[in-house]
Design a protein around this ligand. Structure first.
Ligand code: ZN
Length: 287
């Protein structure tokens, strides 16, 4: 047992347990790329007890994964001090060494875009702060390497806001942090929604605040994505004169895919020019 345990590292402040999210007592084993493989967690039971060390959780080696707790909602009005501290630690870690460059390269993004969004990193999981339109922290989205979405316990949905968004004449509205980062990386002004069709009132207050003349909602390339993009567009239309919905060409599933496959400022600009302005007060329609 003791020789086995030598392969495990103890969790600590800023690098919490991938299973229970606490930073003391739990142990994590990594593969060569620094990805957590197995966890010994005394807090979260599994069907394999390892003596006093806790319960064994196999995150990966045979394709099995534990059931995650799911995205927990959200009763408190303000995020806990623990959440803010955890986000800050993760941000500091992303800025250390080549973390930002490596994380960005894996996703086909620019490191500057991750940094502008205030992203952080824990092991190989990216953390993205969700904020309200005034920039207050509402919650933290976790993005694991397998692209599963969770939020830190106690999170509320919010916007993915770049630090440099001020008064802008045009702003792109994306779904999720990585699509937002993709457009930021090309030099567009952009912010993201927690997921499709959420936080529409917050988004409307934000576009009013930055006095945008045009908002471009970037839809995922499927029926559900398009429907929620139009819902967002209609609520923004109350605040902005010119609101458009743009979908990536049919071979790309979302904005990040589009950008990673070579979309340029010119090709996205052309798609915006080719789109039509969404009309005011059309309920359930697309005109
Ligand atoms: Zn744990």
């Amino acid at each position: 047992m003791s020789s086995l345990l030598e392969r495990f590292k103890r969790t600590r402040k800023g690098l919490p347990c991938p299973v229970c999210e606490h930073s003391g007592w739990c142990m994590v084993e990594f593969d060569g790329s620094g990805e957590p493989v197995r966890v010994l967690c005394p807090r979260t039971p599994s069907d394999r007890r390892w003596g006093n060390a806790g319960y064994l959780h196999v995150l990966r080696d045979d394709g099995r994964r534990p059931e995650w707790n799911g995205v927990t909602v959200l009763r408190t009005k303000t995020p806990s001090a623990a959440m803010q501290a955890r986000m800050r630690h993760a941000q500091e870690r992303l800025l250390f060494g080549d973390h930002a460059v490596r994380a960005a390269r894996e996703l086909g993004l620019q490191p500057e875009a991750l940094i502008a969004l205030g992203a952080g990193i824990e092991w190989s999981t990216l953390l993205f702060p969700m904020r309200d339109e005034a920039g207050r922290l509402m919650g933290v989205r976790l993005r694991r390497p397998d692209a599963t979405k969770r939020a830190i316990t106690g999170s509320r949905n919010g916007l993915f806001l770049p630090s440099n968004l001020e008064r802008e004449s045009e702003v792109f509205v994306c779904e999720g942090p990585t699509d937002t980062a993709a457009l930021l990386g090309l030099g567009f002004h952009a912010f993201g929604l927690a997921s499709a069709g959420t936080c529409t009132k917050m988004a409307a207050r934000l576009v009013a605040r930055i006095a945008a003349c045009r908002a471009v909602v970037v839809a995922d390339n499927d029926d559900a994505g398009l429907a929620s993009a139009y819902r967002v567009a209609h609520s923004l239309r109350l605040m902005v004169r010119d609101v458009r919905v743009v979908t990536p060409p049919s071979e790309f599933k979302d904005a990040r895919d589009w950008v990673r496959s070579g979309a340029t400022v010119a090709s996205i600009r052309a798609a915006v020019d080719a789109s039509e302005s969404v009309g005011l007060v059309v309920i359930g329609g697309r005109s």
